[in-house]
Design a protein. Structure first.
Length: 113
């Protein structure tokens, strides 16, 4: 199983990006899928997740700006990021917790002021 993340890039502050993460292969007993981010020299930080039942949770600093969603048929999870700020600049990783934990390769988001 591999997770392929995409959608990162350079955007001006206040702009938007949509990250995508596609799973290849089959993942059993998915509990939740989510997004993390990690800046150089810092610990990986949880950003948002969505449970198998569709419940969502968000890091306080992204509430109201980010939206996580998924398309099961496409085995894809999205992170719509609006009103981006400088502090959102970092590498974003998708994550799936199923029979085991899976991580994508990361996609870089750079927000310029």
């Amino acid at each position: 199983v591999q997770l392929q993340a995409s959608g990162g890039g350079l955007v001006q502050a206040g702009g938007s990006l949509r990250l995508s993460c596609v799973a290849s292969g089959r993942i059993f007993s998915i509990k939740y899928t989510g997004w993390y981010r990690q800046a150089p020299g810092k610990q990986r930080e949880w950003v948002a997740d969505i449970t198998s039942g569709g419940s969502t949770r968000y890091l306080d600093s992204v509430k109201g700006r980010f939206t996580i969603s998924r398309e099961n048929a496409k085995k894809t999870v999205y992170l719509q990021m609006n009103s981006l700020k400088d502090e959102d600049t970092t590498v974003y990783y998708c994550h799936v917790l199923g029979d085991t934990a899976y991580w994508g390769q990361g996609t870089l988001v750079t927000v310029s002021s």
